[in-house]
Design a protein around this ligand. Structure first.
Ligand SMILES: NC(=O)c1ccc[n+]([C@@H]2O[C@H](COP(=O)([O-])OP(=O)(O)OC[C@H]3O[C@@H](n4cnc5c(N)ncnc54)[C@H](OP(=O)(O)O)[C@@H]3O)[C@@H](O)[C@H]2O)c1
Length: 227
């Protein structure tokens, strides 16, 4: 049984990952909302990773950091504060969690870290400057940390395209916008959180033991295919 910390396990991809991992592992969840699971192998902490004191944990095998942002605006309307807010939640929150728990994580036999990027780092998309800047930093961090902690700790990221979660609800706001979003992708679909969670589960498991420093694109073809 592994001990897995999931920051943001009560919504979207994190919630789907909880459903997969709770079957075999002990989970520790951090999120700002009230507790939503009532299971013996799930310990929930209501906290804000940017502000609150993080609890001491005795052992950890994996850390998954899910919080992120989709703040899409023309560059002319993005304020410095927008950039700062995006950097805080996407990058500094992850750094804070990693700094707190890397020592305990290192004691695991097969430790791993999983962060989230976005397809908008690899392919230029209008209105994505702020999130792309922050997620670009996440990708740089993944590669640097993976090198620094090899061979002990594996560090990877998933870079998803649009995924049907609360975070994307403004984009996938009605049937028409869902149709148009699917149409933009060469595979004529966007992602559901369960499939991203399957990849997350693979990357933090022993099946992913040869993967480190990777940015796994789950992109429905949007970054690599021209059709
Ligand atoms: N959805 C997409 O279309 C999409 C596309 C590309 C990349 N991504 C990336 O994929 C990752 C997962 O996205 P998602 O759509 O599953 O997100 P989501 O549905 O918004 O879930 C985010 C989770 O993080 C928690 N959280 C947010 N801020 C927090 C804070 N300050 N302290 C503690 N917990 C916090 C939230 O819980 P509380 O609100 O209760 O705190 C929630 O459980 C993100 O990094 C996102 O940037 C998503």
């Amino acid at each position: 049984m592994k001990q897995i910390l999931i920051v943001g396990g009560n919504s979207g991809v994190g919630k789907s990952l909880v459903a997969l991992e709770k079957v075999q592992n002990n989970l520790i969840l951090f999120h700002r909302s009230e507790a939503s699971f009532n299971e013996n192998n799930i310990a929930e902490y209501k906290l804000d990773v940017l502000q609150d004191e993080l609890p001491d944990l005795e052992s950890l095998d994996a850390i998954v950091y899910c919080p992120g942002s989709i703040n899409l605006k023309p560059f002319s309307r993005l304020s410095e504060e927008d950039f700062r807010d995006d950097f805080e939640i996407n990058v500094l929150g992850a750094i804070r969690v990693l700094k707190k728990y890397l020592t305990v994580l290192k004691k695991s036999e097969a430790p791993s870290v999983l962060l989230f990027s976005t397809v908008a780092v690899k392919v230029g998309m209008p209105f994505h400057t702020s999130v792309a800047a922050s997620k670009g930093a996440v990708e740089g961090m993944v590669k640097s940390l993976a090198a620094e902690y090899a061979p002990k700790i594996r560090v990877n990221a998933i870079a998803p395209t649009l995924t049907d979660t609360a975070l994307a609800s403004k984009i996938l706001r009605n049937e028409k916008s869902k149709e148009m979003s699917a149409e933009r992708h060469p595979l004529k679909r966007y992602l559901v959180p369960d499939e991203v969670a399957e990849m997350a589960s693979f990357l933090i498991s022993d099946r992913g033991r040869s993967m480190s420093g990777q940015i796994v694109e789950m992109d429905c073809g949007i970054t690599n295919l021209k059709v």
